[in-house]
Design a binder for this molecule. Structure first.
Ligand code: NAD
Length: 467
């Protein structure tokens, strides 16, 4: 196994001590991760600050060339990255490859974007030009469910716009980020990207650091709140991509088998650990029984195994804390509803949970109201579509959601009423780096991806010249 290093000012750094990284499929430590301390954090921020003026002045075309070079390097080592991703995150290898290729695509999409100045006025009164300037040092903080793609969503726009970065991955999935650091070390000028790792103890220091201009954060709503508070002192820019409790609304004209399959996979992919996974499904009362039965059949048929095993469809939950949390949800599910598939942890090493379908729950059950972030789907019946829309919108979250129906106009009309950043109709997780993605309500602030996502790493600068 590779020796991993932090990246500070273009140099590999052994850190101040190390901590073990656990393979969630075995529950055993398989690698050591170097850890930073407050002094190394300061050094990383200082390096990013020192690198900023020259990187910001580097012609945009040259910055784009280097981001393309990162994408090419990532692609050429995607096999190694995917294996490491499966080892630290747990997802099946095929899904790890998919994350790698999507990451490459995201970098390329941003590298191909340009930020043109806009002439807001050019007449007898004068000339007004709006152009966009980089912000400075961006702190990028990522979670453990998609450690690579969620980092590239930040690296692509931040670098293309001319910012420098300090990156901090989640402590349970730091290794693919450190491996990416090796590519950065070879390709980028020193200090443009710096990577530090912690054991959940340096986030606050990073977000409150006076030399950080912006915090790009993906993680839970609870931590997002802390990030916002800590950024307040310096009026730092923040982008928060937070939690969700996305609903799948099934309309009464669907083909049950087909749509149950799509809803099921939308709930179970990545062992349900996706911000935009289906976290509650609503089905018309008339279709409720056959729909639940089909979901249960699919859950029972799912191959749950180590991500490296041929044929594995669903891997373990990523870490012990989340595993314990999902088990609490399972206890709540069996106490308050009817578990028709799964319902328990598997009796084997690692953090495996059987894909679980629960029906006949009260509307206010914890498993319906909260984000489970595991392979567990509550299914509820409804009679009246208008009151269902109100019920779905009553959540504090508003990340995404899906609507399923053969009558496209009716499905569209329902989608238009859902209070969330994205609603997919008759498809799920059609995430595209050129399309903006953002949460409403407590699911986020600002957004990533698309041109709007690039603009989040800039500020508008107005030059107003007399005629
Ligand atoms: P988390 O909030 O526990 O941790 C996320 C990151 O924040 C980690 O790197 C962690 O070390 C760091 N952190 C911890 N304390 C901090 C602090 N005080 N200040 C700054 N950073 C701190 O989230 P998680 O459990 O790793 O991830 C799961 C959550 O992420 C879920 O709620 C999920 O919905 C959400 N998520 C959202 C999106 C999105 O795009 N909206 C995408 C993926 C995941």
């Amino acid at each position: 196994m590779n020796e991993f290093s932090l990246l500070i000012d273009g140099k590999a750094h052994a850190g101040r001590g190390a901590f073990g990284v656990i393979n969630p499929a075995t529950g055993q430590v398989f690698a050591q991760c170097p850890r930073a301390d407050a002094a190394l954090l300061d050094a990383a921020v200082a390096a990013a600050k020192a690198a900023f003026p020259s990187w910001a002045r580097t012609p945009a075309a040259e910055r784009a060339r280097l981001v393309h070079a990162l994408a090419d390097a990532l692609e050429s080592r995607s096999d190694e990255f995917a294996r490491l991703l499966t080892a630290e995150q747990g997802k099946p290898l095929g899904q790890a490859y998919y994350e790698m290729m999507a990451s490459v695509g995201t970098l390329r999409t941003f590298a191909d974007m340009t930020i043109e100045p806009r002439i807001l006025r050019d007449d007898a009164n004068g000339t007004v030009i709006e152009h966009r300037t980089p912000l400075g040092v961006v702190a990028a903080i990522t979670p453990w469910n998609f450690p690579v793609i969620l980092l590239m969503n930040k690296v692509g726009p931040a670098l293309v716009a001319g910012n420098t970065m300090v990156v901090k991955p989640a402590p349970t999935t730091p290794l693919t980020t450190l491996l990416f650091g090796e590519l950065c070390r070879d390709i980028l000028p020193a200090g443009v990207i710096n990577i530090i790792c912690d054991e959940n103890d340096l986030g606050g220091l990073l977000t409150s650091h006076p030399d950080i201009a912006k915090v790009a954060f993906t993680g839970s709503t609870a931590t997002g709140r802390k990030v916002m508070q800590s950024a307040a002192t310096g009026i730092k820019r923040v982008t928060l991509e937070l939690g969700g409790n996305d609903a799948a609304i099934v309309l009464d004209d669907v083909d049950v088998q087909e749509v149950a399959g799509k809803v099921f996979h939308g709930a179970m992919l990545n062992a349900g650990q996706i911000c935009v996974a289906v976290k509650r499904a609503y089905v018309p009362a008339a279709l409720y029984d056959p729909f639940c039965d089909e979901l249960a059949r699919l859950a029972e048929a799912m191959v749950v195994d180590e991500g490296t095993r041929q044929g594995a469809e669903i891997g373990p939950v990523q870490n012990r804390a989340q595993y314990e949390k999902v088990k609490e949800f399972l206890a709540d599910a069996s106490a308050n509803g009817k578990v028709i598939a799964g319902g328990e942890a598997l009796d084997r090493p690692g953090y495996f949970i059987a894909p679980t379908i629960v029906r006949d729950l009260p509307r206010d059950a914890r498993i319906v109201q909260e984000e489970q972030f595991g392979p567990v789907l509550p299914v509820l019946a409804y009679d009246d579509l208008d009151s269902l829309i109100d019920e779905v919108n009553a959540s504090d979250y508003g990340l995404a959601g899906t609507v399923w129906g053969q009558d496209r106009q009716r499905a569209l009309a329902v989608a238009m009423q859902i209070d969330s950043g994205t609603v997919w109709v008759n498809q799920h997780m059609a995430i595209d780096p050129s399309i903006p993605f953002r949460g409403s309500k407590q699911s986020g602030l600002g957004g990533e991806l698309g041109e709007a996502g690039l603009h989040e790493y800039t500020q508008a600068h107005i030059v107003n010249m007399a005629a």
